[in-house]
Each structure stands twice: as structure tokens, then as C-alpha cells.
Design a protein around this ligand. Structure first.
Ligand SMILES: Cc1ncc(COP(=O)(O)O)c(C=O)c1O
Length: 345
């Protein structure tokens, strides 16, 4: 395995995240179920955990090396990435400026729960609302110029922490999984993850390719078509492999994307997402999120039910976190969840 130790890294999780067998989910899915393991990246460090913590370990180390005093990043109005970047900035005594993109017109609510509440509780230095289609890169660049004039040292983290530095976090995750597979003496055929801004998927693919491990990585797209998402992941995986000076070429055939579970669009609830979130909560007691992992698990369940994944396989589902966003979606679950309180006799 190519060594990552030449890259500076902050340590925000003082342990490996568990790779747990989901026996009760398997029982629920019945005879068609493969053996399912869940990589519990929802248990990563920083406020509320989730995949961005792994990316931020490398990104913040780079920011610190560049003597940054102010972190700027962007995301959707319920962005897990913004929550975790803010948490990392607090740890490193940096200011944190958030640019929140209202991707669906008129959905921003200052009083909303979930990550929006946490942006306020954690005390973002500033939050700027960008309307759909506004150029968030340009807004962040302008902000950085202003901060420089004030004598500060800004550092821009791209949306989702998805550049080649952030992706190293998921190369690292794959190395961790590879050791855990060996210890557990299992032979998984497929890793299933959410594919959004693409750093998670790209990092995993890079890890798989440079270690020449015979395992597939299927990304469930939550916003883009298969063609667009394949290009995004391939391009980032190639840059990550280059940063690692790996002698590996990453091609379209290495990138597996399923875009059938997006529904009406990014962050829009689907009945299948609500079912998947409810199933995992009620079988394993594990909380997913409505925008990313809920749709990814909905995809995995559907592929099992359709026999696209067979019962003699072993698969790994990467739980990339995000459960704080659930609290902003409570009303979408009301129709399916009926209170079941016992009355006192
Ligand atoms: C909980 C959660 N899972 C998955 C993703 C997607 O990961 P990536 O942006 O690396 O594709 C995100 C991105 O924000 C996320 O918040």
C-alpha cells in the first residue's frame, strides 16, 4: 500500500471506525440478503461525525501548514460538510465563514433545525446565503480577498471537501477497511457508498486501484446523472492518484454509478429513502440521513430485492453519517411513523 504518512494529517478520530455485521437488517431482508457489513463512519470524530471528518483531517493540516486563520467553505442549507468544517475550525482556533447555497428556491429557513441550528450553536463567524445558480466559488474568492485586506489568512475548502487533498481521507478509509477485512477473514465483492461531491467515492476507488484489490465500489448518485457523476469521480480519483504519485490509471470502467435513486432531485425526500431510514433505525438502531445515506441504502435494498446483488455475496455499506439533518426532515416521516405510546392502565 502506498504510504500516506508523508501527508500532514490532523487526528480528529482517535480510533478506527467499526466494520459491523448488520444481522438484523439481513434477517429483515430475508433469503435474498447478502452478508451486510456497515462501515460506521457516522462514528467519526468532530461534532456529529460523518465522512467529512476524514477529509478535514488532511485539509485542515494543509490549512495549518499555510498558517490559515480563517476557513471559508460552502454547502447546501443543511450541509453536513459545513457543520464539520465549522467544528474543525473551532478546534484549530480559526474563524469559519460559511456560504450556504439555497439549491431549491425559498427553502432556506433561519429557524430550521438540523445542521442549520448547529451552524448557529457552534457559532459560525459568518453565514452568507447564495441563491440557486449563484457562483459560490466567486463568492468565496471575494470573501477571501476581503479577509486578506483585514490582515487575515484565509483558506478555501471546496464544497464537500472534495479535492485531491480531501480525498486522501477516503484512500485512508480504504486502507482501514482492507485491514479489517483481513482480520474478519471476509471476502466482500462490493463496497456501496453515496456519491455526491465525489471525494468519498473517488478516494475509495483510488485506494482500491493502488492496492489492486479485487473489490467493486458502487456509488449511489444523489444529484447527478450517471454520465456526469462518472466523469466527476474519475477526474478526482485520477488527481488523487497523481498526488500519491501512484502508477495507476483510473478509467471510466473503474467508476460504477447508479443514478436511479435521486427521485425528484438533490435533497428531495423519496418514499424509498423514508423506508430505508426507517428500516435501519428499527432493525439496527442506526440513524441514517435523508439526503445521502438514506437514498444510498434505499438503492442497496432495491438492488438486493431485484437480485442485482446475490445472497452469496458479502457487501460493505459505508455509513457516511449525516443524521443531524434528520431533525430538519421530521415532517416527511410523520405520515409513515405513528406514535405507539402505551396508555397507563
Ligand atoms: C452524510 C453524507 N454522506 C455522503 C456524502 C457524499 O459524500 P461526497 O460529497 O464525498 O460524495 C455527504 C456529502 O455532503 C454527506 O454529508
Amino acid at each position: 500500500m502506498l504510504d500516506l504518512s508523508s501527508f500532514k494529517k490532523q487526528n480528529y478520530t482517535p480510533y478506527e471506525t467499526p466494520l459491523e455485521r448488520a444481522h438484523k437488517l439481513e434477517l429483515f431482508l430475508g433469503k435474498k440478503s447478502p452478508k451486510i457489513y456497515i462501515k460506521r463512519d457516522d462514528m467519526l470524530g468532530l461534532t456529529g461525525g460523518g465522512n467529512k471528518t476524514r477529509k478535514l483531517e488532511f485539509l485542515m493540516a494543509d490549512a495549518i501548514e499555510k498558517k490559515a486563520t480563517a476557513i471559508i467553505t460552502c454547502g447546501a442549507i443543511q450541509s453536513n460538510h459545513c457543520r464539520l468544517t465549522l467544528a474543525a475550525a473551532i478546534r484549530e482556533n480559526c474563524e469559519c465563514h460559511l456560504v450556504l447555497e439555497e439549491r431549491i428556491p425559498n427553502t432556506f429557513d433561519q429557524e430550521a433545525s438540523g445542521n442549520n441550528f448547529l451552524f448557529q450553536l457552534l457559532g459560525a463567524t459568518s453565514t452568507t446565503l447564495a441563491k440557486k445558480g449563484e457562483n459560490t466559488q466567486a463568492i468565496m474568492k471575494k470573501m477571501a480577498d476581503e479577509l486578506k485586506k483585514q490582515g487575515k489568512t484565509p483558506y478555501i475548502i471546496p464544497g464537500g471537501g472534495s479535492n485531491e487533498i480531501g480525498s486522501l481521507g477516503y484512500v485512508n478509509c480504504f486502507y482501514e477497511i482492507k485491514n479489517q477485512i483481513k482480520t474478519l477473514a471476509i471476502n466482500p465483492s462490493t463496497i456501496i457508498c453515496t456519491s455526491g461531491s465525489s471525494g468519498t467515492h473517488a478516494g475509495l476507488v483510488t485506494g482500491i486501484k493502488i492496492t489492486k484489490t479485487p473489490i467493486k465500489c458502487l456509488g449511489i448518485s444523489v444529484m447527478r446523472s450517471k454520465i456526469e457523476q462518472t466523469e466527476l469521480v474519475r477526474s478526482l480519483a485520477s488527481k488523487t492518484a497523481r498526488l500519491l504519485q501512484a502508477n495507476t490509471s483510473i478509467n471510466d470502467e473503474d467508476i460504477l454509478i447508479d443514478d436511479n435513486y435521486i427521485g425528484n432531485g438533490y435533497s428531495m425526500p423519496t418514499p424509498e429513502m423514508i423506508e430505508a431510514v426507517t428500516i435501519l433505525a428499527q432493525t439496527e438502531g442506526i440513524l441514517l440521513d435523508p439526503v445521502y445515506t438514506g437514498k444510498a441504502l434505499a438503492g442497496m435494498i432495491d438492488l438486493i430485492r431485484k437480485n442485482s446483488i446475490s445472497s452469496d455475496e458479502t457487501i460493505i455499506f459505508i455509513h457516511t453519517g449525516g443524521s443531524p439533518a434528520l431533525y430538519a426532515y421530521q415532517k416527511d416521516f410523520h405520515q409513515t411513523l405513528k406514535p405507539n405510546y402505551n396508555k397507563t392502565p
